[in-house]
Design a protein around this ligand. Sequence first.
Ligand SMILES: [Mg+2]
Length: 90
Amino acid sequence: MNREDLQGQWPCVQWFANEMQRELNANQHKNGWETLSYRWMLNRLRQEIGELERAVEMRKDVVSEAADVANFAMMIADNFLCKKENSEDA
Ligand SMILES: [Mg+2]
């Protein structure tokens, strides 16, 4: 999908969300993230930041590595939101 084809106030965010989904789909064989600990996810986020730093240095795979970083941040936020909602239900 071309960035120019996207609607809305922040076309780059919509474009990037699509890149995040592409990475998630490529890892569909893995389980979801609802049972993962914050500690584990934060460690993976740091690893992915390292991969992104190397990708920028090499000028290669920058978009997919940035999407990996964003996906681990999204998983942390999603788990936080779900746990908050569940604790408010209880
Ligand atoms: Mg990666």
